[in-house]
Design a protein around this ligand. Structure first.
Ligand code: PA5
Length: 462
């Protein structure tokens, strides 16, 4: 099971003025936390609460559909291309990067056991799009357009470009190369899919993009590249069972939510650093950044009081960032909580050969890169403790589908509990919508003329 070590936020380790009396705080918040957890589980089936992601471990339907489709298209495509942005892309990027070979797309088809390469287009940079089109044979590419709303500008623009190219290359057959993941009823893409006859998959109601990785948004691409989604679902079930426990002493998501909340509100530690000591987990940090920022960055409480709250998440990678951001983490403002993600056992081992006797490097010979990674994480934590900086460690026994599901789900629950502690609406994102609407206005979408007039004076680039 995934583990959490919060000893590094304890006042007895980093000093009373920076750290918490953990047992005392757990006691103080025992009832509140139990109420929050009970309430989340009570409301999870209620429409409009945004909590349907808490049921995904138990719904078999999506797994059946995606497996059935994957079997149907087996060996037909060399590439999968995902078009999507934000919550429609970040989970897929994080999990595929964690679970596939680090250089998956450069392996031969045999080395990939016949499974396709996978590409994510989650931006609109013209150079990136042209670059991708230079290398992709679209005729051998299955394009999965993912958008819950079905009208996100970036994704729809990408779709229009790719659809046009595909049609030119394949005539009427192009439809077989496009599949869509979107809302079951609403949105322009749903309408287009029906007209065009695309194969579609559903983003269920009451699951926001950033909580959607275990719907078809993630499970479909994972299955298409050969990731075992049963293992993912097993991990989800086990962690969900563990996180139902309303006792703060037993619930790691609640513990992590509470210590982040207290360190922010009591000591101003409002920057959450997500620092996996694994390159394979580096995009988990990006996924978490969206989850934490979009869920907790809110101007008002649920009761309408203006608060402008929310911790700022940032990404660091161990050991790389020890030679970059570490200087700031140690000696800059003491306003950060460093969250390590550590891996018990890497998939492989690399030995450092004993080829030099120089004292400066000879000590490395005979050790492994695995030893080195662990030593680097330990030494970073020790030096952060020297500077009285709070640290937390999430321990993943191995990087596999089972534990990656536990990690992501634990962070989702942590976010939901933190949202309740901050008393904000965790599941909306009005500012994302505002920018979305301004973009519609500037690009001339009918119905947004007023918005266009309203922002005219704020466009500083003209
Ligand atoms: O978390 C969210 O809801 C957002 O970040 C969305 O994922 C993002 O805006 C993309 O939206 P859509 O899936 O509708 O294209």
């Amino acid at each position: 099971m995934l583990e959490l070590d919060i000893r590094g936020v304890s006042g007895s380790i980093i000093g009373e003025e920076n750290g918490l009396n953990i047992q005392e705080e757990f006691e103080k918040y025992r009832t509140k936390i139990a109420e929050i957890i009970t309430d989340l589980y009570k409301k999870k089936d209620t429409a409009g609460e945004g909590l349907q992601w808490m049921n995904l471990a138990y719904s078999q339907e999506t797994s059946w559909y995606v497996k059935e489709y994957a079997a149907l298209v087996e060996n037909r495509f060399d590439n999968i291309l995902i078009l999507g942005i934000g919550g429609s892309a970040l989970g897929g990027i994080a999990v595929t990067h964690a679970l596939l070979h680090p250089y998956w797309n450069m392996l031969s088809k045999e080395e990939r056991n016949g499974f396709p390469r996978i590409f994510f287009l989650d931006n609109i940079d013209p150079d990136q799009i042209n670059g991708l089109l230079d290398i992709l044979d679209l005729r051998k590419t299955l394009v999965n357009v993912i958008t819950k709303s079905g009208d996100t500008t970036e994704t729809m623009a990408q779709y229009m470009i790719i659809k046009d190219r595909l049609e030119k290359e394949l005539d009427d057959d192009y439809r077989k190369n496009i599949i869509v993941t979107t809302d079951k009823k609403t949105g322009i893409l749903r309408q287009i899919s029906e007209q065009e006859g695309y194969k579609t998959f559903v983003v269920p109601d009451d699951i926001g993009g950033r909580f959607s990785v275990f719907t078809a948004v993630g499970l479909l691409p994972f299955t298409l590249v050969g990731i075992n989604i049963d293992e993912i679902i097993d991990g989800l079930k086990d962690i969900d069972q563990a996180l139902r426990n309303p006792d703060i002493n037993e619930n790691i998501a609640a513990q992590n939510a509470l210590v982040h909340y207290l360190l922010d509100t009591k000591y101003g530690k409002n920057i959450t650093v997500m620092m996996p000591y694994s390159d394979k987990l580096k995009y988990v940090a990006d996924w978490f950044i969206q989850l934490w920022a979009e869920s907790l960055g809110k101007s008002s409480t649920i009761d309408g009081n203006m608060i402008h709250t929310g911790p700022t998440p940032i990404k660091a990678i161990g050991a790389t960032d020890q030679h970059s951001q570490m200087q700031l983490f140690n000696e800059g403002p003491n306003n950060k909580i460093i969250n390590f993600i550590r891996v018990g056992e890497f998939d492989t081992t690399v030995e450092i050969p004993q080829i030099f006797q120089y004292t400066g490097i000879g000590y490395l010979g005979g050790k492994t890169m695995n030893d080195l990674m662990n030593a680097e994480a330990d030494s970073t934590q020790a030096s952060l403790i020297d500077y009285s900086r709070p640290t937390i460690t999430i321990k993943m026994p191995k990087i596999n589908g089972y534990y990656i599901a536990q990690l992501l789900y634990m962070l989702e629950m942590q976010t939901a509990i933190a949202g309740a502690l901050y008393n904000v609406n965790t599941f909306n994102n009005p500012s994302v919508e505002q920018t979305r609407n301004y973009t519609y206005a500037l690009m001339g979408r009918v119905g947004y003329e007023e918005s266009a007039n309203a922002i005219k004076d704020k466009i500083l680039s003209v």
